[in-house]
Design a protein around this ligand. Structure first.
Ligand SMILES: Nc1ncnc2c1ncn2[C@@H]1O[C@H](COP(=O)(O)OP(=O)(O)O)[C@@H](O)[C@H]1O
Ligand SMILES: [Mg+2]
Length: 227
């Protein structure tokens, strides 16, 4: 495993009751690298992402972020780390329905005590980069699925995270909108130097990623191993 890896998972095992979700998954992500995680439904992709992000603790195995053992941190340390260094995009944006799109994107900055004016200025900049500045004043219920996901990407990137976790961010979109979200996410990550861990079923993902990893039965494989 390379010494300069930003985020490293070593031999993760995790079961939910009798069901093994991870059974020896390992992965190393370098700074700025875009890694696509593929694999059939139920193979453990989301669990792997959640372990790497410190949301789900593995039963055994270790996760290290910039050398620090995530599994050994307190809950408070892990949530602070997630807020400051990680960004998240889910399949259904999970935007706060009562807030406008601009307020949604500004929210992570507000939680870090950035003043409202500054937070909203930066939020607007990110909405602009994701080509959805026109929906800034609308609530998530008033925008299309594709627009909502681009707002969600803006929200994930606004804090300048080192790692973006995206779990099937285009899963609920048609292929045209899916590609647009993918292109904008990958482009923004490259500009900011954020690493991206992207779970996806998009067939054209190779165009947006540096590397593809396949999860099968809770284990990680390289594309060559499953071919
Ligand atoms: N919170 C949970 N409770 C119970 N079973 C779970 C939970 N999360 C995942 N699983 C099970 O673990 C396995 C892997 O799930 P998951 O990581 O969501 O796979 P994927 O994202 O590849 O579809 C599946 O069998 C799933 O049903
Ligand atoms: Mg999943």
């Amino acid at each position: 495993m390379s010494a300069d890896a930003l985020l490293v998972a070593e031999d993760l095992h995790r079961s939910f009751g009798p069901t093994p979700a991870l059974a020896g998954a390992s992965l190393a992500v370098a700074a700025g690298e875009v890694v696509a995680v593929m694999g059939p439904s139920g193979s453990g992709k989301s669990t792997l992402l959640h372990c790497l992000a410190g949301i789900v603790p593995p039963d055994t195995g270790r996760v290290r972020y910039r050398g620090a053992d995530l599994t050994a941190m307190s809950d408070a340390e892990r949530s602070a780390l997630r807020r400051r260094e990680f960004g998240f995009v889910f399949q259904f944006g999970q935007l706060v329905p009562e807030l406008t799109c601009l307020e949604n994107v500004a929210l992570p900055l507000r939680l870090e005590r950035v003043a409202r004016r500054e937070a909203e200025r930066r939020a607007r900049e990110w909405l602009d980069r994701l080509e959805v500045v026109d929906v800034a004043g609308k609530r998530p219920g008033e925008v299309s699925g594709g627009q909502g996901q681009r707002v969600a990407v803006a929200r994930a990137l606004v804090t300048g995270p080192r790692v973006v976790f995206a779990d099937e961010p285009t899963g609920a979109l048609d292929s045209l909108n899916g590609e647009r979200v993918m292109r904008l996410l990958a482009g923004a990550a490259r500009e900011t130097g954020a690493a991206v861990l992207l779970v996806t079923h998009e067939t054209r993902v190779a165009a947006y990623s540096d590397r593809e990893v396949v999860v099968r039965d809770g284990r990680t494989r390289s594309l060559e191993q499953v071919a």
